[in-house]
Design a protein around this ligand. Structure first.
Ligand code: 9MG
Length: 274
């Protein structure tokens, strides 16, 4: 199973790690634009050293109730980071975490190889921008928006509904000309889902495998792990490793995580023992 994204081909026959880089003022504190870019680049290089197979760079938080970031601000946060990393010829593809078509376009022009869209290319123009490039795309399921999604999420059957959504978005991309080997699908843990919805989905992950595209899973440090363990966000490492390991056992091929080194090591064990 190979995933094509611009000049890169990822071998997803064994599970791989996507390292998270949030370029937001609260992630790389103490101030100026330069400090922020330098810190994000250093963090990215460290994640590659730790074993990241992909870097996912985002400039707007998608946490519940997060404040939207204006377009210009998001561009200023992420594009210089992508430019510096591309100039260093890093050996892994860069993914841009955005739902804004203008950010997708600027990131692709700067050298990003994957678009990670929590809105699954539903914003006007987003599908066209990806279609007119050769980047890979991650289509994620979300009920509502980050501002409203945790208010009262409701499903008749969370697995059936998430699967139908991902099938529809996959088919829309395919019909627009994006080959299946450029598409990743993601059930969107924590995006408009209660604890029970997240757990049901995690247990049923293998049901999504017949959509015939590699699955990306992001459970790292998420609130469902806090609900299960009682731990705050900065004490969810062991829970995150357990979640990544079990997701990989159920068929996930790309794990979006903060703790790259620990996850990469756990996935080596999955690969060896599976
Ligand atoms: C940006 N972002 C935050 N959580 C995510 C998840 O679970 N999947 C993807 N694809 N992106 C996410």
């Amino acid at each position: 199973m190979h995933f094509r994204c611009a000049a890169f081909t990822l071998d997803l026959t064994t599970p791989k790690v996507m390292g998270i880089i949030n370029v937001t003022p609260d992630s790389f504190s103490d101030g100026g634009q330069h400090t922020q870019v330098d810190s994000a680049v250093s963090h990215a290089l460290k994640l590659i050293e730790d074993g990241a197979d992909v870097l996912d760079i985002g400039g707007e938080s998608t946490r519940p109730n997060a404040t939207p970031v204006p377009l210009e601000e998001e561009l200023q946060r992420v594009i210089p980071v992508i430019e510096v990393l591309v100039s260093k010829n890093i050996p892994v593809p860069i993914s841009i975490d955005t739902y804004k078509p203008a950010v997708m376009k600027a990131a692709i022009d700067a050298g990003a190889s994957i678009v990670n869209d929590v809105r699954a290319l539903l914003e006007p123009d987003a599908l066209r921008i990806v279609t007119q490039s050769d980047v890979g795309i991650c289509l994620m399921h979300m009920q509502g928006t980050p501002q409203t999604m945790q208010d009262n999420p409701q499903y008749e059957n969370v697995v059936t509904e998430v699967k139908a959504f991902l099938r529809e978005r996959r088919d829309a991309c395919h019909a627009a000309g994006i080959e299946k080997n450029r598409i990743l699908l993601d059930p969107g843990f924590g995006f408009g889902k209660t604890r029970a919805h997240n757990i049901t989905l995690a247990k049923s992950l293998a049901d999504l495998l017949d959509l015939d595209c590699p699955l990306l899973v992001g459970l790292s440090r998420k609130s469902v792990l806090g609900q299960v363990t009682g731990n705050d966000v900065d004490a969810r490492l062991y829970a995150s490793i357990a979640a990544a390991t079990i997701s990989a056992m159920h068929g996930a091929r790309l794990l979006r995580v903060h703790d790259v080194k620990a996850t990469a090591e756990a996935l080596k064990v999955v690969t060896a023992l599976k």
